[in-house]
Design a protein around this ligand. Structure first.
Ligand code: G6P
Ligand code: MG
Length: 208
């Protein structure tokens, strides 16, 4: 019986993956290599630092710590410039209605995202007030698939993970949710999210 619902942000509530992709692609191009949408799948749900490590591995590039940090910062600058233009209309179909429906049933709601830009995105989408707790990339040390983000989110709601359901679009996120002890609803394709307890194409499928 669900007492709490914990939502990933990117790919579940809003499609920011395309903006992450464009910013990573432009960094790769500056560095002289191609970066495809298929490559981008590997970055979904993964922290900024880990994403850059993967990207540089794809490009066969080594960078010292200072250069690495400058690259991460330059990607984030471009990404933030694009999400600054986000409109409330870009909330994925059914997401807002589903959150409101859960709230009206007395279910507590948390955000569990790897992004350090999560609060900014929620404010742009004008849905910050629908969350009882926000656990984001600024508040956790270990990135998904580590369960830390979801364990923190349940405890911020005052709940046991086993009474919470995690909603995730990334493979690493589904693994993190399962490892935390929660049930997991995968958002996307059953092939990629085979470890989830249930897979739906989007939150709209859950609205009653
Ligand atoms: C989410 C996205 C990842 C992104 C990560 C960090 O999990 O799915 O693609 O790398 O957040 O985002 P940030 O906004 O902190 O760079
Ligand atoms: Mg995601």
């Amino acid at each position: 019986n669900m007492k709490g619902a914990i939502f990933d942000l990117d790919g579940v509530i809003v499609d920011t993956a395309k903006y992450h992709f464009l910013a990573w692609k432009s960094l790769a191009n500056q560095l002289g290599f191609e970066f495809t949408e298929t490559d981008n799948e590997r970055l979904k749900g993964v922290s900024r630092v880990e994403s850059l490590r993967i990207l540089l591995e794809i490009g066969g590039i080594e960078a010292d710590e200072r250069t690495f940090n400058e690259m991460a910062e330059s990607k984030n600058k471009e990404y933030v410039a694009s999400i600054a233009q986000l409109q409330p209309e870009e909330i994925l179909p059914g997401a807002k209605t589903y959150l409101q429906q859960l709230r009206s049933q007395g279910i507590k709601i948390a955000l569990g995202s790897a992004s350090k830009n999560a609060e900014f995105i929620l404010s742009k989408l004008e849905i910050a007030d629908l969350f009882d707790a926000v656990i984001d990339g600024n508040k956790v040390a270990k990135a998904k698939p580590d369960p830390e983000v979801f364990i923190s989110a349940s405890s911020a709601l005052g709940l046991d993970p086993k009474d919470c359901v995690v909603f995730e679009d990334a493979e690493a996120g589904v693994q993190a949710g399962k490892a935390s002890g929660s049930k997991v609803v995968g958002i996307g394709s059953p092939e990629i999210l085979s470890e989830a307890d249930l897979v739906v194409p989007g939150l709209a499928a859950l609205v009653k």
